[in-house]
Design a binder for this molecule. Structure first.
Ligand SMILES: [Mn+2]
Length: 278
């Protein structure tokens, strides 16, 4: 989907139920909430839009997940009444949870998928006991898009997807390309291999130009950039930071807020992207 060029974009990486950090980061970017948790449009933010870069669910505790879904749902309809101020990129977690809760026939029920549902997709059991939340999630899922494109001029553009992928898939609409933009080769299933070996295209295709690809999905300790490839998933739910990229005309800026310890942080092993010293 093509983004209008008259707006500034606040692109926020994998929220994973970090609702407190999301509100703090939004407030830092001049998006303040009223007492009903609705974001107020004012003089300072009327020319800004928020883009959630996918994976706003799972990993967090249930009450935070519920709060997150309700916050995004209410604000999606509230903010987009007059002008579009909130977009959502489809992440692999929204995609998988949707498939579980709709009994997608392409999702085979095997011991592995049952195990994965418990281990990685804890939003499924939450939605299965809360039908109104499930309905809200389904509506949000249908608003998600696989990619967004900010084509400022011949020298500067930004493509946004949840996962890194080969350039040949970027902004395509075929089934394979869509799935590649949502999820790349699994790190958890290949723990011995460094990220740069697992997805070598990320650095092999990187170019010294200003046609950027910003993605999340691969939690990192800091924002990772190599040439025109930028990963903004800074491990909020693992006790790291929640980060955003700010696209302002032909510039990209960054901002982050720390994990606030209002819920238990997850655990994971780091595997750094763009870590070329071997
Ligand atoms: Mn992901």
């Amino acid at each position: 989907m093509i983004l209008p060029l008259n707006m500034e974009y606040i692109v926020i990486g994998d929220v994973h139920g970090c609702i407190d950090e999301l509100k703090t980061l939004l407030a830092k970017q001049k998006f303040y909430c009223n007492k009903n948790n609705l974001i107020q449009i004012n003089q300072h933010n009327k020319n800004k839009s928020i883009i959630l870069l996918g994976d706003f669910i799972d990993k967090a505790n249930e009450s935070k997940l519920k709060e997150t879904i309700e916050f995004i749902y209410n604000n999606y309809y509230h903010l987009n009444q007059q002008q579009k101020h909130l977009y959502i990129v489809l992440g692999n977690h929204e995609d998988m949870v949707y498939r579980y809760i709709t009994n997608d026939p392409s999702l085979e029920i095997t011991p592995k998928t049952i195990r994965d549902r418990e281990k990685y997709y804890n939003t499924v059991s939450l939605l299965e006991k809360d039908s109104s939340l499930k309905e809200k999630f389904i509506k949000l899922y249908k608003k998600c898009r696989v990619w967004f494109y900010y084509n400022y001029n011949k020298k500067f553009s930004v493509t946004l997807t949840h996962a890194p992928c080969l350039e040949k898939h970027l902004r395509e609409v075929d089934k394979e390309s869509k799935s590649k933009m949502i999820k790349c080769t699994s790190r958890s299933e290949n723990p011995q291999i460094s990220l740069d070996e697992l997805i070598p295209f990320t650095h092999l295709e990187a170019k010294d130009n200003q046609h950027y690809h910003i993605f999340g999905h691969l939690s990192q300790t800091t924002i990772r950039q190599y040439k025109n490839k930028i990963c903004i998933d800074t491990s909020a739910i693992y006790g790291g930071m929640l980060s955003c990229a700010i696209i302002r005309k032909d510039k990209i800026l960054f901002d982050s807020v720390p994990f606030e310890h209002k819920q238990q942080a997850g655990k994971q092993h780091d595997s750094k992207l763009f870590d070329f010293k071997r």
